[in-house]
Ligand binder design. Structure first.
Ligand SMILES: Cc1ncc(COP(=O)(O)O)c(C=O)c1O
Length: 409
């Protein structure tokens, strides 16, 4: 009804006011395209094909990303899901074990726990979409779980002092899912350096984009050695990595299965020049996010929760709660905004893949997480890719205002 009645907002001259795609993914930098096409022309797409480590794009990418993180090791994988799966194996997770994780995250995360034939224990979400440390403490005690796989969903940072206190109290093996947490910090320290292992995604919607891909990071030599082998290095191929311990590799070589989860050269080619660009992209996101927040934050039907003062966010997306609306009005908000050219989603409706109630392969959690249900019910998710100009952001704010006014009559 409301959807069909509305005429699109137009600029003078009659074209739609939104003439850009806020969700369009970042193109690959020309330097990356040149490296990738060169690798393809030469037929060198397999990471272990070059004779010397210095000619392996994947090894160079791993070395540069580890340096960016200030960690000893990075291992390229074919996805973040693979990096997390390898991390669960390194943590020693066995079928039937319990793994603490977020009730609010993307379904790839409980899926990877399922892949390891383990059982997720879902932890509640706070108003700013981070993990609730008190619930983590409670669930760790109740379940006896010894592993935590925690997502920084949409780059939101929980109180890391409180989380780390719980990790230490229960002696948890801590895996950080940093798929959305490039350049994200707590008290000045990068996320991905707090846990035993950090995992990043280079799927196209993420801070670094290569279609698919993942990165496993750690300061621990043995975890790195195992990750290289689990990813699918065999015989002496580990020599085409930087910074591995030869004695360790010799010892572990035949003990660890290889799951064929390697990164390939074309992926690394696309990613290599993106590392030094992360800071520039981060600045654009920060500017656009602050601008949008200043333009919509005071609206009576919008609540943009404030991050913890110690958190430094990447801000490549924006989330806000719609307040004082019914579910029907929230659905109309999505429909009308989409018609205007501003697609968004609400995590808690329409069987969203980030709503734990839609993960039917995870048992025993249905409706048992009221805090998460409340905090996703009207939580809007808006993509803000870095090609957006300040003018684009102003137009987005205007559309948000007008759509809400329309829906609320
Ligand atoms: C929070 C989160 N973690 C992990 C992943 C998995 O990443 P990948 O697709 O690289 O396996 C995703 C994917 O979108 C995600 O959103």
């Amino acid at each position: 009804m409301m959807t069909n009645e509305r005429r699109r907002l137009v600029v003078e001259g009659g074209s739609p006011i939104i003439d850009f795609d806020n969700k369009a993914f970042k193109p690959i930098p020309e330097e990356g395209i040149a490296l990738a096409t060169d690798a393809m022309r030469r037929g060198v797409m397999y990471r272990y094909q070059p004779k010397h480590v210095d000619d392996c794009l994947t090894a160079r990418f791993e070395r540069d990303f580890a340096a960016h993180m200030g960690l000893k090791h990075a291992v390229g994988t074919n996805s973040c899901g693979s990096a997390m799966y390898i991390a669960l194996n390194i943590a020693g997770v066995q079928p039937g074990d319990k793994v603490l994780s977020n009730a609010f995250t993307f379904h790839a995360v409980p899926s990877v726990i399922h892949h390891a034939r383990a059982e997720p224990v879902l932890v509640e979400t706070n108003r700013e979409w981070g993990m609730d440390a008190e619930d983590l403490d409670r669930k760790a005690a109740e379940s006896g779980a010894k592993v935590l796989l925690m997502s920084y969903m949409r780059g939101h940072v929980p109180d890391m002092d409180a989380i780390m206190a719980v990790v230490e109290k229960h002696g948890l093996f801590f895996i950080e899912d940093c798929a959305h947490a490039y350049c994200t910090t707590w008290d000045g320290r990068r996320l991905g350096t707090f846990g035993d292992i950090g995992c990043f995604s280079t799927q196209s919607s993420k801070g670094m984009s290569a279609g698919e891909g993942g990165i496993f990071v750690t300061d621990d030599d043995e975890h790195a050695a195992k990750a290289v082998l689990y990813a699918g290095s065999y015989e002496q191929l580990w020599k085409k990595h930087y910074g591995l311990d030869a004695a360790l590799m010799d010892r572990l070589q035949n003990e660890i299965p290889g799951y064929s989860m390697r990164m390939q050269e074309v992926t690394a080619a696309m990613l290599l020049p993106q590392i030094p660009r992360l800071d520039v992209i981060h600045r654009i996101h920060t500017r656009n996010h602050a601008l949008l927040r200043s333009l919509i934050g005071d609206h009576p039907h919008i609540e943009v929760p404030s991050p913890h003062p110690k958190a430094g966010n990447f801000h490549d997306t924006m989330q806000f709660h719609l307040v004082g609306m019914s579910t029907a009005q929230a659905e109309a908000f999505l429909d009308v905004a989409k018609q205007e050219g501003l697609p968004m989603q609400i995590f808690g409706i329409r069987r969203n893949a980030r709503d734990y109630r839609s993960w039917t392969y995870v048992d025993a959690h249905r409706d048992t997480l009221p805090q998460t249900i409340e905090n996703i019910a009207f939580a809007v998710d808006l993509s803000m890719q870095p090609h957006l100009t300040e003018d684009n952001v102003r137009v987005m704010a205007r559309v948000l205002h007008e759509v809400i006014d329309h829906v609320m009559g």
